[in-house]
Each structure stands twice: as structure tokens, then as C-alpha cells.
Ligand binder design. Structure first.
Ligand SMILES: [Fe+2]
Length: 195
């Protein structure tokens, strides 16, 4: 059995992602992610922790900031699990990051390695950036779909930055180098990957 708050979040995330995703590759990946998650996994999760940048959370997760009921619901459900998350800094290269990056970002795995539900087949997590922060270029073998909850810019390789509005998804193919940056507001984005 899965913890009820986590199940509510996963149901809300599935609904929100499928409401927002438009391109066939994202839709296909999301189907693989959420059908895999129908089977809960067992394991012990790390203790919860917050970082200084988490001070932006109350504001950036306000459900009433969203018109779409799917986005309101995912924010409500996220607030139900957030206190249990292990917020931590990116491990790995930070080259290309903005100055002060270490104290102006946090990541948390919801399901996936070291997540609230530890497992290896799916990674579903969240990133928080303070205002005017650039996350470093990075890459990983699995393809990935972001669900952007507050507006931000996203980039692949050396291409131009693309502005993504809240309630839009952004797809990264296998192994592509990618980065994101916030505007003058904090950025909150979910990400979903399937091994
Ligand atoms: Fe990524």
C-alpha cells in the first residue's frame, strides 16, 4: 500500500501532466511513467530536509495562482507531501550555473532513487530555483518531461532559450544537454523520467 498523500499527489500529477502535454513524445513517455507507477514500490526513504531556498515554497505553490483545476489540484497535493521530502543540492558539475547557485536552488525526488518512494525504474521529482538563477547544463540517458508550474526559460545544447509558461510541458530527448533558468520570480518545475 502506498501512503495516501503520495497516491493523491501521483494521481494529481498524472492528471496535470496529461492535461498540459501536447507533443506525442511527451504523451508517450508520460504513459510509460504513470503506468509503471500503478505498482507501488517498497523501501526506506531519506529523512526530510529543507534548504534556505525553500523559503519560496509557500508562495510558489499557492494553488489559487492557477486557473486550471488540474494545476490547482497538483499544487494542493504537492503541499501534502512537501514536508516529507528530502530537499538537497544538485550533486555533480555546476559549471555554467549562475553565481550563488548552491544556495539558490533545491531538488527533491518524489519517486525514484532516494525519493519518498525509492525505486529505480521511474524518477519523478521537483526543482526549485530562486529568482534569476541558472541551473547548470546537464544530461542523462533517459528522456524527460518537465511540467512547469511557474514561468521560466529552458534550453537544449547551444540553442536559443525557450520561454515556457506555467502549465506547459517541456520535453528533453535521451542524453541531450539541457539547462533552465528562472526569471525575476522563483521557478518550480516537476520532471518525469523512465529508465
Ligand atoms: Fe534533466
Amino acid at each position: 500500500m502506498r501512503n495516501q498523500a503520495l497516491q493523491e499527489f501521483l494521481d494529481a500529477a498524472r492528471t496535470a501532466y496529461s492535461h498540459c502535454a501536447r507533443d506525442p513524445k511527451s504523451i508517450a513517455l508520460l504513459e510509460r511513467v504513470f503506468s509503471t507507477l500503478e505498482a507501488p514500490a517498497q523501501g526506506t526513504h531519506p529523512d526530510s530536509a529543507r534548504l534556505p531556498v525553500c523559503r519560496y515554497l509557500p508562495n510558489i505553490t499557492e494553488p489559487s495562482d492557477h486557473d486550471a483545476p488540474e494545476l490547482r489540484q497538483v499544487m494542493r497535493a504537492f503541499r501534502g507531501i512537501e514536508p516529507a521530502l528530502w530537499w538537497h543540492r544538485r550533486q555533480g558539475s555546476c559549471s555554467g550555473a549562475s553565481e550563488g547557485f548552491a544556495d539558490s536552488h533545491a531538488n527533491a525526488m518524489i519517486v525514484g532513487p532516494y525519493g519518498l518512494e525509492p525505486r529505480d525504474d521511474v524518477w519523478l521529482g521537483v526543482s526549485l530555483l530562486g529568482p534569476n538563477v541558472q541551473y547548470p547544463d546537464h544530461r542523462h540517458p533517459p528522456e524527460e518531461v518537465y511540467l512547469v508550474m511557474s514561468p521560466g526559460d529552458f534550453r537544449q545544447g547551444r540553442k536559443e532559450w525557450v520561454h515556457v509558461a506555467k502549465g506547459e510541458t517541456y520535453y528533453n530527448p535521451h542524453n541531450i544537454v539541457h539547462a533552465m533558468r528562472s526569471t525575476d520570480r522563483p521557478l518550480l518545475a516537476f520532471w518525469a523520467l523512465r529508465e
